[in-house]
Ligand binder design. Structure first.
Ligand code: SAH
Length: 353
């Protein structure tokens, strides 16, 4: 695979343009074209410059290969990368704007028992430009521009563990929040981690005040380890300390994801223990009923039980919401669509939703 031009920030593009003997303003022109979601060959610069660039860089490193539209308006995309790998993303419409869920790795190696992304392990990390490319491609496909964006919010909750690809993810965050680009504010970005404690602490020092989200899904380390292997490495206490550190550095409250799994984590005692863990902390809990994954045996709790769990948390003074599951008819859960795509025999074959 050639390099990814979208990995470069404006300073790096300027250096490249100078090295190619071009006028300095070409860097800004290239940056703007790329941020509009254009392929190199579609940017209005000289043929000579385009040729020089496409010798070294992929013309279009992230292409939308399939789009699925759910009955609730949610769209799911399959993205084709230059080396033939596939990642997926989702665009959800809300009153305040459109939230895109992006992938940070091809597959994942964290091994969570409920998640489809990790079924075949991690294939490779995405570069910063490949993560960004998913957003640029969708913004363009939806008719958005740099002024009138069709992607207003981002969640790093697609395939992959963002903090297992730390450098590229941080570079992506700097690119996507940069002025002159698509310029999405860190406040409109949520990064979800399974709880890689050293990287959480390191990230607190990066000065990127986004919404830090941690996948908790359990109230004791032993129970957590049953569904999340990472719990054998870092304890819930370590995670809570790292969250407190993040809050101290950024002033941003943090969020816990808690997927309700039948017979696993959603009894009254779990709700009470969760409330006890989080009482008085500047945090919010996002409950979601497990999205059933075909290849997995775990089941979601009933809607009634989910509301009961929410009620207990609220009564204990914990800020919490039960999220609607969106786009489940098109494979809304992480990695489902890619898993289906792979199961059906890879590249260029039609996948019906
Ligand atoms: N690796 C990161 C981000 C990707 S997953 C993380 O672990 O946080 C985004 C969220 O979806 C996580 O909270 C993850 O635990 C959750 N998730 C994965 N599979 C799910 C499923 N089948 N049903 C409900 N939530 C799921």
């Amino acid at each position: 695979m050639k390099q990814v031009l979208q990995d470069l920030d404006i300073g790096e593009l300027s250096a490249l343009v100078a090295a190619l003997g071009e006028k300095p303003y070409r860097a800004r022109q290239l940056f703007e074209g790329l941020m509009q979601g254009k392929a190199i060959s579609q940017i209005p610069v000289s043929a000579a410059l385009k040729n020089a660039l496409t010798e070294q860089f992929e013309d279009e490193p992230v292409k939308i290969s399939e789009t699925f539209v759910s009955s609730d308006g949610t769209k799911k995309f399959l993205f084709l990368l230059a080396d033939g790998n596939i990642v997926e993303g989702v665009l959800m419409s809300y009153k305040y704007g459109n939230t895109q869920c992006v992938s940070t790795q091809v597959g994942c190696r964290m091994g969570c028992k409920f998640c489809a992304s990790t079924l075949n392990g991690r294939v490779r990390d995405l570069t910063a430009g490949e993560i960004l490319g998913q957003i640029l491609a969708v913004n363009r496909a939806e008719g958005g521009t740099l002024k009138d964006r069709k992607v207003t919010n981002i969640v790093l909750m697609g395939s992959g563990e963002p903090f297992d690809n730390y450098e590229n993810v941080v570079k992506f965050l700097r690119l996507v929040t940069a002025e002159g680009g698509i310029h999405i504010s860190a406040r409109n970005i949520s990064l979800s981690t399974c709880g890689l404690v050293p990287e959480m602490r390191r990230f607190a020092l990066e000065d990127i005040p986004l919404n830090l989200t941690v996948s908790l899904h359990a109230v004791t380390d032993a129970e957590r380890a049953r569904t999340m292997p990472i719990a054998n490495k870092y304890t819930i206490a370590d995670i809570l300390d790292a969250c407190a550190f993040y809050f101290a550095r950024t002033g941003r409250r943090y969020i816990f994801e808690y997927s309700l799994i039948e017979g696993e984590n959603c009894d009254e005692r779990h709700a009470l223990a969760l409330a006890a863990l989080l009482k008085g902390k500047p945090c919010h809990v996002n409950l979601i009923r497990l999205n059933e994954v075909k290849e997995r045996t775990l089941k979601p709790t009933s809607e009634k039980e989910a509301y009961r769990f929410l009620g207990i948390l609220e009564k204990q003074g914990i800020s919490a919401t039960l999220r609607r599951s969106m786009g489940s008819d098109i494979g809304g859960a992480c990695g489902q669509l890619r898993a289906k795509y792979l199961a059906q025999g890879k590249a260029n074959e039609e996948v019906s939703p």
